[in-house]
Design a binder for this molecule. Structure first.
Ligand code: UD1
Length: 426
């Protein structure tokens, strides 16, 4: 089993190249299902989740090739997805269970093929995470939905028909699913209370370049005028705002100075505001965002909310920052009901954290101490790595498969800017 071994105490300085965003790449890959022409995506991160979705698309009949190269290879920054021949409209349990975002094939498949059957993703480590909003939205576009034997089957043999989708609360995935589906529906679809995350705008940009007619992406209300067919395209995946935010915290915690190359400040303003409040110095440069420390970290309060407010995907990492801040911080998780599993692990490293309901009170301590810890989910893994960077002695993180789902070349990136970190196999 692989482990990450970190010896804390090093100051980080230099440039970290921010990769393409996992959460943008996954829906972008699914756009290929909407057209019989090739879709090429540049700036794809090399991550386990990208491989999992590639496996699923491949299973459905999508040919995947390194852009400009030969063969069916999963690894590479630019991949071409060719869905000219869809061989199967069933997304099987064995692949879907590995990654919830597999549900994103449902909307495009039913829009293009008139039917799709996708295994229910099931619960996951950070809560129940149902898909009812995805299904109700597809029903609003005329799809029949049946759930049987752990699978959801959506059918619209005569095609989807535009309609009004009014989400009762914001869902990123449901907005993406219905946005893709609506591009091929007959007539106009209005999506109200749509998610406004930058990944939605990136998806709309790609779909528009394929010929989709979309207005309002990035606002509460998105309007889609359906078209008969979409063409292929080439699109570059936006930079990963969660990865950038995570390295920004590393700069502050190690009293360092990092240029987050490619990062876009507008995509991560809420996180940057908290960093500044905590004592970070944030500067927007031509090719990215620089974060450095003013020498100390102060406590802060956070409530996670949909974009443009503070993102749930940064909650765990900011908790590590709070753990070594001067004074107390209160961190409230308002998106997922069970997203504090990193707390006991951080406490093993000496953090002082009390959880009451959906809020955690973090009292800053003078120092964390290295220990064996276990990564419980993707962002929680990063919170432990950040803790390891400043902890006294050695921190060993087990269960690296969570990290590998979402952080490209983590140890190389940290090592290049001065961290003492290595992956070992025992
Ligand atoms: C996406 C991101 C994830 C991020 C989350 C919130 C991807 C691949 N993943 O996940 O990293 O943490 O947005 O920013 O982009 N909900 C329902 N019914 C539904 C759908 C969602 O009740 O049908 C609930 C969820 O349980 C959750 C809330 O809505 O409490 C928001 O979830 P959602 O925005 O859908 O998250 P994902 O799209 O799964």
């Amino acid at each position: 089993m692989e482990k990450l071994v970190i010896t804390g105490g090093n100051r980080l300085e230099g440039t970290v190249e921010i990769s393409g965003a996992k959460n943008a790449a996954l829906p972008l890959m699914c756009t290929a299902l909407l057209t019989d022409e090739p879709v090429t995506l540049n700036n794809l991160p090399r991550l386990a989740d990208i491989t999992t979705l590639s496996d699923l698309l491949n299973h459905l009949g999508v040919a995947i090739a390194i852009a400009g190269g030969k063969g069916l290879m999963m690894r590479g920054r630019s991949l071409t997805f060719d869905a000219s021949h869809i061989a199967d409209t069933v997304a099987p349990y064995d692949i879907v269970r590995k990654m919830r975002a597999s549900i994103l094939v449902l909307g495009p498949l039913v829009a293009r093929m008139g039917e799709a059957t996708v295994s229910l993703p099931g619960g996951c480590a950070i809560g129940n995470r149902p898909i009812d909003l995805h299904l109700k939205a597809l029903e609003a576009l005329g799809a029949d939905i049946e759930i049987e034997d752990g699978y959801v089957r959506a059918s619209a043999p005569n095609g989807l028909v535009g309609g009004v989708v009014r989400f009762p609360f914001v869902s990123v995935g449901a907005t993406e699913n219905i946005l893709m589906a609506a591009t091929l529906a007959k007539g106009t679809t209005t999506i109200e209370n749509a998610a406004r995350e930058p990944e939605i705008a990136d998806l709309a940009l790609c779909l528009s370049s394929m010929g989709a007619r979309i207005t309002g992406a990035g606002t509460h209300t998105i309007t889609v005028e359906g078209v008969e067919e979409l063409s292929g395209t080439t699109h570059a995946v936006m930079p990963d705002r969660v990865e950038a935010g995570s390295y920004a915290i590393a700069a502050l915690m190690t009293k360092g100075n990092l240029l987050l190359k490619n990062a876009r400040a507008n995509d991560m303003q809420a996180a940057l505001d908290v960093l500044s409040e905590a004592g970070g110095i944030v500067e927007v440069e031509d090719d990215g965002v620089r974060v450095r420390s003013n020498g100390h970290v102060s406590g802060f309060n956070i409530v996670t909310q949909p974009f443009p407010a503070f993102p749930t995907d940064m909650q765990a990492q900011f908790m590590t920052l709070a753990a070594v801040a001067d004074g107390a911080s209160v961190i409230t998780e308002a998106i997922f009901e069970n997203r504090f599993m990193h707390v006991p692990e951080l406490c093993r490293l000496g953090a002082d954290i009390t959880v009451t309901g959906s809020s955690a009170t973090v009292r800053g301590v003078n120092a964390l101490r290295g220990a064996q810890v276990m990564a419980t989910d993707l962002r929680a893994s990063m919170s432990l790595a950040l803790a390891g960077l400043v902890a006294e002695g050695q921190t060993v993180i087990n269960r690296l498969y969570h990290l590998d789902r979402g952080y490209e070349h983590l140890e190389e990136k940290f090592r290049r800017v001065g961290a003492n970190i290595e992956r070992v196999n025992d």
